[in-house]
Design a protein around this ligand. Structure first.
Ligand code: P71
Length: 460
């Protein structure tokens, strides 16, 4: 394979969107007015927006051209058939239901599969999946390997399911207690970490033996396929399309937020070969999303998605994409900045506990770092620590803290250059240089669920 450093982006820029660096004074005012919560900052006050890689990709000229051939018929629009053929070719699944985004597909799938008190096993379920499982009365269970939770463990597939723990679950609770197994590729919750083909195959074999359905949360399936080619023996010479097809061959279907590897700004999918699921899911889909051939989207959105799903499997694109994430990670490591290693598919995750060793978790070190990044250079990141996952124990009223205190720098696809990444490195180096002076935060308002979106803080 060509080393990335010798080549630049496999595209040239045809349209630009101006961004502006505000003054430090302005940013100090903005962040205070926002309650030290970056979800409250208007995006035109952000210079480099790394809040999420979801729905923030740049579409290609081919995708934009696709919008003009949108067929807005209520039923049987031609873009649906194009999308359906594309999904079938890439994944092997012929029943395809478009949805307005990933969580809508999760809602439909969990409505079909999850009955009260049933368990849903996975590597690490994403927040929205976990929410849908709980809403249907089920119990989400995370079985990621132990290295997956150690930020400095350089395991190549930190998204893998722990096989002995999976077997233990089946033996302890019985296969009948398990609604399905959900493998998130790549695993967002611990750093965009990939799952190996070997692991997918083994989980699938065990599941089939016990008649347990297996689904992917396929939001970042192409990035996962790329890592398999880079890191797994026997796949070095395979085409990404072939690897993706093999991944999907081991599961019964998938839900997907197309806002990631679909390279679109909105949209989702549910796909399977199970006719009964398709029929039942279709009934729910019609109630929640819209008719089967548009699922809450415009015909033009379906066309952009069909084209995006092909582009994301382009080998040069993926090499550049994953290479940029690694570029940022490597520069940060050179500066001694603690991150989750190895870097994953869609961003770099900073370890705030190691970055601010002096700051207790009750002062929200990860959120404090998010605030500093904004004030330093107008960079917007997201907290994945005490603010997002801490909660008050029902019985004791005591705050329970998560094991990890992370800041995610999610990189939108085809949007920023490596020069932008250099700005991020410089900002973090400057913050590291004055870290003893950085102040922790106190929570002054929280909503009962998903509190980090609307929380208000004060500086201590
Ligand atoms: C991300 C998001 C977007 C997000 C969603 C909810 C809270 C905060 C941020 C969304 C995912 C995802 C995976 C693996 C399903 C969804 C939901 N990720 N699975 O990482 O990463 O998809 O947003 O299209 O409904 O910023 P949806």
């Amino acid at each position: 394979m060509r080393p990335r450093s010798e080549y630049a982006e496999p595209y040239r820029i045809k349209v630009v969107e101006p961004i502006r660096l505000t003054t430090r004074r302005e940013r100090e005012e903005v962040i205070a007015k926002s309650g030290y919560n970056v979800f409250n900052i208007p995006s035109d006050k952000v210079y480099i927006d790394l809040l999420t890689d979801s729905g923030t990709s740049a579409m290609s000229d081919h995708q934009w051209a696709g919008l003009m051939v949108g067929d807005e018929a209520y039923a049987g629009g031609k873009n649906f058939y194009h999308l359906q053929e594309t999904v079938e070719e890439i994944t092997g699944f012929k029943y395809v239901l478009p949805t307005h985004q990933g969580r809508a597909a999760e809602n439909i799938l969990t409505t079909y599969l999850v009955k009260p008190d049933k368990r849903v096993l996975g590597n690490m379920h994403f927040d929205t999946t976990e929410g849908h499982i709980r809403l249907k009365g089920g119990n989400p269970v995370n079985l990621v390997i132990k290295e997956g939770l150690e930020t400095a463990a350089r395991h190549p597939f930190k998204g893998n399911i722990d096989i002995p723990r999976l077997l233990d679950e089946i033996h302890t609770f019985g296969a009948g207690s398990i609604a399905y197994i959900n493998i998130t590729v790549t695993c967002n919750s611990n750093g965009g970490q990939p799952v190996s083909m070997g692991n997918i195959k083994e989980v699938s074999r065990i599941a089939r033996e016990h008649s347990i359905p297996v689904f992917f949360d396929a939001a970042r399936f192409a990035e996962n396929a790329y890592f398999i080619r880079e890191r797994e023996e026997g796949y070095e010479k395979k085409a990404i399309t072939e690897i993706a097809r093999e991944m999907f061959s081991y599961v019964d279907g998938f839900t997907m937020s197309a806002k990631k590897d679909g390279l679109v700004n909105i949209g989702g999918l549910l796909a399977t070969n199970n006719e009964d699921l398709y029929k039942r899911a279709g009934e729910w889909g019609i109630i929640y999303e819209g008719f089967l051939t548009y699922g809450g989207l415009a015909g033009r959105d379906l066309e952009a998605m069909a084209r995006g799903l092909r582009e994301v499997l382009d080998e040069d694109y993926l090499e550049n994409r994953i290479g940029q994430v690694k570029y940022l990670g490597d520069r940060l490591l050179e500066q001694g900045i603690p991150i989750i290693e190895p870097t994953g598919g869609h961003g770099v995750y900073l370890d705030a506990k190691r970055f601010f060793p002096h700051m207790p978790q009750r002062e929200f070190p990860a959120q404090a770092l998010v605030v500093e990044l904004y004030v330093e250079d107008g960079i917007r990141a997201v907290e994945l620590g005490a603010a997002a996952f801490g909660y008050n124990d029902k019985d004791t009223g005591e705050m329970v803290y998560p094991a990890l205190e992370l800041v995610r720098l999610a990189i939108p696809r085809r949007v920023y250059t490596d020069r932008h990444m250099d700005v991020v490195v410089r900002a973090l180096r400057n913050i590291a240089g004055r870290k003893d002076k950085v102040r922790g935060l106190r929570l002054v308002y929280e909503a009962p669920v998903l509190r980090h979106f609307t929380a208000v803080f004060e500086q201590i």
